[in-house]
Design a protein around this ligand. Structure first.
Ligand code: HEM
Length: 468
């Protein structure tokens, strides 16, 4: 009786007939009716949607609300049980998250090495883009590779060429899979449907890419094993192999065979999270720059004043206050992970006067938080200046939470921020971006696909080379 109020439900299919796509927009409508914490059922899974920044912050502080739902999708990708980071929980998740964070930090995050790897990619990418100047081009799928390369270099000590067809094919499939998963979340929450109708439910499409991706990711692990030397740890794979070789605790995710499965799952996690998110941010950034030439001009002036023609570096960041505001507004306005990544209650808890039973899914409606009129005033306007104070400095707003919050906050946030900064400054330094048809910029609305990650609609851009 103390379960939050919410949407009607039917047996087996739950509240599905009463929900409309895109979910984040419908959740916003529902929260106006039922409150900032309301409930629904996805199949037989009780689900709670939280739409308020402070409530999300409080909820995600609690260990009990930091699990992940039990779903075939999260186990069959990792040899029959939850492993790795993104879809893991409990003791193994804590151990894996801590280990990955520490070693990504030691090997690069926040240090010179990672910055250098990103800058290498930025420089190659700027050269690569030159061939597109002058006529309208779609860059939607071009950002994944350089962004992924920097991370991959850190993980596996190698980089891909921008023309690597095998990798391009996998990235395309991964992106398509995000879309397949958007078939109403069927593959996540309707195990019986995925078994009954693997094709129709999207299960087949979702998993058709898993095998080649895993093979692709496994090869460098096997190669590293052949040349592994504990006295010379070259990259993240070596660090994992070293940990596996030292682990004697049979319950640890690093133990022997489990360790092998763990390392491959972690690589898949980083690969998926790293490839699609930063490139989507850059994609939206470009779209907004085309729509607001005056913003583009202001950013280019800031670069000319504070960086000049030298290669940008992270040490320039404190001087680039308007760019910081532009990035914040891009992350807010696009809100491209609109419902975060769903959590699950590991225990029954009392929260905000309600009872959330063990096994309940929790969706943070980040989109609504970012479009709350009471907080932002005019959320539907793209206005970087909302993040600038009266002295012209970047002004943080705690209601902006694109990376989520709490104990599961995005593990790649600092890498993502570094990449976005270095890519944007470097691209704006060398190019101007214009719409295909002068005076008629492309729509800023996300494509109608909905789902875990909202992509912008396909658009074309005209690149013009410039010098500072
Ligand atoms: C603009 C870029 C990015 C955005 C907006 C973003 C957003 C998010 C969000 C909303 C979550 C869910 C947190 C939760 O469960 O509450 C998440 C988790 C995660 N992200 Fe990111 N992310 C970005 C970039 C990256 C990058 C580059 C990496 C790779 C290093 C990464 C790795 C992860 C991982 C491993 C998790 C799972 C954390 C866990 O479950 O403990 N992310 N991210």
């Amino acid at each position: 009786s103390k379960f939050p109020p919410g949407v009607w439900r039917l047996p087996v299919i739950g509240s599905l007939p009463f929900l409309k796509m895109p979910l984040h927009e419908h959740f916003t409508t529902l929260s106006k009716k039922y409150g900032k914490i309301f409930s629904l059922y996805i199949g037989n899974f009780p689900t709670v949607v939280i739409s308020d920044a402070n409530m999300i912050r409080e909820a995600f502080k609690l260990d009990a609300l930091n699990g992940r739902p039990d779903s075939r999708v999260f186990t069959e990708r990792s040899w029959g049980k939850k492993r790795g980071i993104i879809f893991n929980e409990g003791k193994d998740w804590t151990e894996q998250r801590r280990f990955a964070l520490k070693n990504l930090r030691d090997f690069g995050f926040g240090k010179g090495t990672m910055e250098q790897l990103i800058l290498d990619e930025v420089c190659s990418f700027r050269e690569y883009l030159k061939k597109f100047t002058g006529s309208p081009v779609s860059l939607n799928r071009e950002f994944n590779l350089p962004v992924l390369n920097a991370l991959w270099h850190l993980i596996a000590g190698e980089r891909f060429s921008f023309d690597d067809q095998r990798l391009r094919a996998i990235i395309k499939k991964l992106v398509d899979n995000f879309k397949a998963a958007d078939a109403g979340g069927a593959i996540f929450f309707f195990p019986w449907f995925t078994k009954l109708a693997p094709k129709l439910s999207g299960w087949e499409a979702f998993f058709s890419v898993l095998k080649p991706t895993m093979t692709f990711l496994s090869e460098p692990v096997d190669e590293h094993r052949k040349t592994f030397n504990p006295d010379n740890l070259r990259d993240l794979i070596d660090v994992y192999l070293n940990e596996i070789s030292k682990t004697t605790d049979k319950t640890s995710g690093f133990y022997k065979d489990d360790g092998d499965k763990t390392i491959k799952t972690v690589m898949l996690d980083l690969f998926v999270a790293g490839a699609e998110t930063v490139s989507t941010t850059l994609n939206y950034s470009l779209l907004y720059l085309i729509n607001f030439p005056e913003v583009q001009e202001k950013l280019q002036k800031e670069i000319a004043t504070n960086i000049g023609s030298k290669l940008p570096s992270l040490s320039d960041r404190p001087k680039m206050q308007y760019l910081e505001a532009f990035i914040a507004e891009t992350l807010r306005y696009s809100s491209f992970v609109p419902n975060g990544v769903f959590h699950c209650a590991l225990e029954t808890v009392e929260f905000n006067g309600y009872v959330i039973p063990k096994g309940t899914n929790i969706f943070p409606n980040l989109w609504q938080v970012h479009f709350d009129e009471a907080v932002w005033g005019d959320p539907k306007n793209f206005r970087p200046d909302r993040f600038i104070d009266e002295n012209g400095h970047y002004k943080k707003n705690d209601n902006l939470m694109p990376f989520s919050v709490g104990k599961r906050v995005c593990l790649g946030e600092s890498l993502a921020r570094d990449e976005i900064f270095l890519f944007l400054t470097s691209l704006l330094q060398k190019f101007s971006f214009e719409p295909e048809v002068k005076g008629s910029p492309p729509s800023m609305e996300a494509s109608k696909q909905g789902g875990l990650i909202l992509q912008p609609q396909e658009y074309k851009v005209v690149l013009k080379e410039r010098t500072v």
